[in-house]
Write a protein that binds this ligand. Structure first.
Ligand SMILES: [Zn+2]
Ligand SMILES: [Zn+2]
Length: 230
């Protein structure tokens, strides 16, 4: 698979830290001091990964309107330097930045004894895919699949409508915009599905994809992302 071979190629190439340029181990892409600087997501809502004060399990939003997905986990806050690395990855095609973050995030995202049966990257509409040349969620999901030994089904979920620009919309508007925009094109009945994305912002995209999967018979959805916005 092309994403796997890119990963192998990059892991042989990465010898300098992506942030400070110092030499570092072959497989991480970031030197130890820079890894320690990453803004780890500590206490967070179990349902949507929103940062929360210690000992709170569920955010008020999820208590009021429980999302269709059962849980969401993110490795870091969407803050410096993770935000910058994700931007390099997504908008400037710096695949090494994406692989490096996925590689470091994978061991921290999988809760013990709760592995999904199948991993699905959140798909891009073909037009967006064509503009960008790759799906950032698929790059991340390929690395999670490799480390977790869980099969990846990159084409099972399709984004069938491009939707309007989402960035200026609030969560309810995003959800309306995304309604019926995902199609499930394979068997998911009774399965625990792991949905993978780069950043969880409002959770509206995850919500729409989860609803489509549950409607197709999936038993449960867990979401995994590199970072969470506040
Ligand atoms: Zn460094
Ligand atoms: Zn929540």
């Amino acid at each position: 698979m092309v994403y796997k071979s890119i990963g192998r190629y990059l892991s042989q190439r990465i010898a300098r830290c992506l942030l400070c340029g110092d030499t570092c181990g072959h497989d991480s892409g970031l030197c130890q001091p820079c890894q320690r600087e990453l803004p780890q997501l500590g206490d967070a809502c179990q349902r949507c990964a929103l940062p929360l004060p210690p000992a709170a399990h569920t955010c008020p939003g999820c208590l009021q309107h429980p999302p269709a997905f059962a849980s969401a986990r993110a490795a870091w806050h969407y803050a410096f330097p993770v935000g910058q690395l994700i931007q390099r990855f997504k908008y400037r095609g710096d695949l090494a930045a994406g692989f490096s973050l996925a590689r470091l995030a994978a061991p921290r995202l999988l809760p013990p004894d709760d592995a999904p049966d199948l991993l699905l990257p959140l798909p891009l509409h073909w037009r967006r895919y064509w503009q960008r040349g790759f799906n950032q969620a698929q790059v991340i999901a390929a690395e999670l699949s490799r480390q977790w030994h869980i099969p990846l089904a990159p084409r099972l979920l399709r984004k069938t409508s491009a939707g309007h620009r989402q960035q200026q919309l609030n969560r309810a508007q995003r959800l309306r915009n995304l309604e019926h925009s995902f199609t499930v094109r394979g068997p998911v009945a009774g399965m625990h599905i792991g949905l993978v994305d780069d950043v969880i912002t409002t959770g509206a995209t995850l919500e729409a994809a989860s609803r489509a999967l549950l409607a197709a018979g999936a038993a449960r959805i867990s979401a995994y992302a590199l970072a969470r916005t506040p």
